[in-house]
Design a protein. Structure first.
Length: 446
């Protein structure tokens, strides 16, 4: 067991509440993570002090009334901040997310009883040590995910807990106990009542979990993911009948997703990249074919991410990559420069990663292409390090030079593109004199 040590500012907040006659404990992630040997990002404190009493205790400090209705205030010190919430019991959850009202209590036990999982219901203070009323420490040690009290009721109260549960499995490797697992499946339809922004936040986090844990979650809880993205359901068990694939569409998706680095837009790309295959399936000449599936997958991706209200940058990058996940790519320097110019450096390298992940999840017949993608990445890195020209910003001439040569209007842009292409293809060196001569020569020919 790892000793828990809060930073001085957090310990100081708890001690000040205690010295003022109140109980106070750190709770949730700031206790759970140290017990798992993981860093803590924020500190939540639960206390017997009423909100107005908390504000009085910290009247000399900056206070933000972040959730006064539910008993929460944020106290800000020069070294950090913490949310401080009064012990409470929750009223009815009519919207499957937030209690209609709360009742403040003087009982830590009652406060911990309302929490989602036992591993989040462990409290700690320096003066009292660990308070573990529901076996959370033992569950942490065994990596068991268990609801506090009745699992079905916990998910009915706040259906987002279903996604949080999957995230804990994916990120930390927890395995649910029987009651929690049953409730996860039985209550999955309640996710339809949760705001899309909250769903997308949890989805991104769990998709960026550890691959060995994530693969199990995607496989065993596909019915839950299908509530969020219905197209997933048809992919499970959909055999591809092609020598390039030795898995069904969903198993291929899982393998590809778990082999790419854990960045949200890359993991989302692999989640969506083949969801368009079932409606495109055709069988002829002894093999399955999926002509046009990239475009269908793109459309599914675009409308789903929009529905889940992902930010514009994530949508743009993910849709771009899904649409082009099966486009031809090779290690020819000329083609690489054209792709770098067309896509930009970040998306070009991302597209290579997508191709590698895709082919690594296929049958051995596709494995020979992976070496080509790695070679392309090395060539692209060399092009960048040697500052070879592949874009107009690196071209030794500009629009002013074209105007001096007598080009006008759209001719200027067209001629610059022509010269850039000549440099990329090795027909002309990237020097001002040579490019001007080449431009004039082409003008005379025209």
């Amino acid at each position: 067991m790892i000793d828990i040590k809060f930073p001085e500012y957090a310990e100081g907040l708890i001690e000040r509440l205690e010295n003022s006659g109140f109980e106070a404990y750190g709770v949730g992630g700031c206790v759970r993570n140290p017990l798992m040997g993981l860093p803590v990002s924020d500190y939540d404190i639960t206390t017997s002090a009423l909100p107005e009493e908390t504000e009085q205790v910290f009247r000399d400090m900056k206070i933000v009334e972040t959730g006064l209705k539910h008993g929460t205030v944020t106290v800000v010190s020069k070294d950090g901040s913490a949310e401080i919430t009064t012990y409470r019991t929750d009223g009815q959850y009519k919207d499957r997310r937030h209690p209609e009202n709360v009742k403040f209590t003087l009982s830590l036990e009652e406060d911990l009883a309302r929490r989602d999982f036992t591993v989040n219901a462990v409290a700690y203070s320096k003066s009292k040590g660990i308070v573990d009323l529901y076996g959370g420490v033992d569950d942490l040690n065994k990596r068991i995910l268990r609801c506090v009290g009745n699992a079905g009721k916990r998910f009915e109260e706040d259906a987002l807990r279903i996604m949080r549960g999957l995230r804990f499995m994916s990120v930390y490797g927890f395995v649910p106990d029987g009651d929690t697992e049953t409730a996860l499946h039985e209550k999955r339809e309640l996710l339809k009542e949760i705001s899309p922004e909250r769903i997308s936040c949890e989805l991104s986090k769990l998709l960026c979990g550890r691959s060995e844990y994530l693969s199990r979650v995607l496989r065993e809880y596909r019915d839950i993911f299908s509530v969020i993205i219905p197209e997933i359901a048809e992919c499970h068990g959909f055999e591809q009948h092609t020598h390039y694939h030795d898995r069904d569409v969903w198993e291929h998706t899982i393998a590809a997703l778990c082999s790419i680095e854990p960045k949200a837009h890359l993991r989302l790309t692999m989640l969506f990249h083949d969801l368009g295959k079932p409606p495109c399936y055709q069988f002829y000449n002894g093999e399955g074919h999926f002509k046009g599936h990239a475009a269908v997958s793109r459309d599914i991706c675009e409308r789903t991410l929009a529905r889940l209200r992902y930010d514009g940058n994530t949508v743009k990058k993910t849709v771009f990559l899904v649409e082009r996940h099966d486009m031809p790519m090779n290690d020819d320097p000329v083609m690489i420069k054209k792709h770098l110019n067309r896509f930009g450096e970040e998306l070009y390298f991302d597209l290579l990663k997508v191709h590698i992940a895709d082919d690594s999840a296929k049958a051995p017949a596709a494995a020979n292409r992976i070496a080509v993608y790695y070679s392309a990445a090395e060539t692209a890195e060399r092009i960048l390090s040697e500052k070879e020209c592949f874009s107009l910003k690196n071209l030794a001439v500009n629009g002013s030079d074209m105007i001096k040569l007598g080009f006008k209007g759209v001719e200027i842009g067209e001629k610059l593109d022509f010269l850039l292409n000549a440099v990329i293809e090795g027909k002309c060196t990237n020097s001002c004199d040579e490019l001007l001569k080449y431009a004039m020569k082409s003008k005379n020919i025209d």
